[in-house]
Design a protein around this ligand. Sequence first.
Ligand SMILES: Nc1ncnc2c1ncn2[C@@H]1O[C@H](COP(=O)(O)OP(=O)(O)OP(=O)(O)O)[C@@H](O)[C@H]1O
Ligand SMILES: [Mg+2]
Length: 355
Amino acid sequence: MSISFSMGIVELPPEGLRLIYTNPAGLIQMELTQEAFGKLFRELNYTDQFITQWENNYRATKVAGKTMHFEDHTYETDQYFATEASYLGVGESGHDRYCFIVKDITERKKTEENRIKETLAISQMSKMSSLGEMAAGITHEIYNPLCIIRGFADLLKKRLSAPDVNPTALILFAEEIKANCNRITSITEGLCYISGGGPMESTAKVHVRTIVEQTIKVCRERFAKSDISITLNGLDSEALIDCKQTQISQVILNLLNNAYDAVLESGNKFISVTIIEEETEVAIKVLDFGHGISERVKEKIFDPFFTTKPVGKGSGLGLSICKGIADNHNAKLFLSQNAPGRTEFTFAFKQASTS
Ligand SMILES: Nc1ncnc2c1ncn2[C@@H]1O[C@H](COP(=O)(O)OP(=O)(O)OP(=O)(O)O)[C@@H](O)[C@H]1O
Ligand SMILES: [Mg+2]
């Protein structure tokens, strides 16, 4: 039988928490009989850890001078309980008395847990799909400089085996090889940055410009290959935000991918990313000159699984996940411009203190 509601009275003498009374539902919930009335919880087979926690909670209730709310989790039975406790005053025995109402909230907690697990799974899935999408582009981005390196290495070999070696030309070849190695390093650095955190990533204070720069490193060449140019403005910003940086990268990447899709077919293959500081806020703005968003579509863009892209191209999760990440950071994410051929999303944060 599932009992969801119980109430009763406890007393807190120096020797420990004592059960004075509980209703029949309470007896069932605590697996006790009326013989338990008047007994210390220590005599009723409760662990010291629980009893100490409850005692502290009841003492805190007296100090607060108002009804307090506590939650417990019983690992053995995997149940969750919510307790409302109030101080009643000193009882006949001369000790503090409290009344309590306990509700079994296991079902609600399990639903919440499942929702969090699902959100994490979806977020991870979307991250993987963004990474998957990027993989083809990244292969190209790394393949290009590698071909150039190979070409110059061949030339070096040929020139070195020729009778009249010209050191100046050889140095130029070596410089080219170095420059292309740097291109690859930059792409892999960006990749490490945006794929680093897992669901347990901790919050850190980070420069907004660093996140933007590292994220753009990963897709700049892919965009360039489709003749799409990305300009960056406001990189002199010193603004800091408290965030899970890989999640912020994920949002920027999703906005850039949407902008990429939108401008691909348009004549104006231009995207700009701007960091703007306004008083206590800092915003990242992603502007594109693509096909724009119709009024009908605009209503739904943040809905999960809403997409106007062909089957297999878009999952429709991008913006809904971005919104979830923004909410988790107390940040705002919204469509800030939507004129024909001009679409801008703004991602705005409270700035973190510099100390
Ligand atoms: N910059 C943009 N320009 C035009 N339309 C856009 C832009 N950004 C989003 N949209 C519209 O919003 C819809 C939802 O975007 P969202 O990022 O959530 O999903 P998606 O890009 O379709 O798929 P996914 O990101 O999951 O691969 C898109 O299908 C598109 O119609
Ligand atoms: Mg998208």
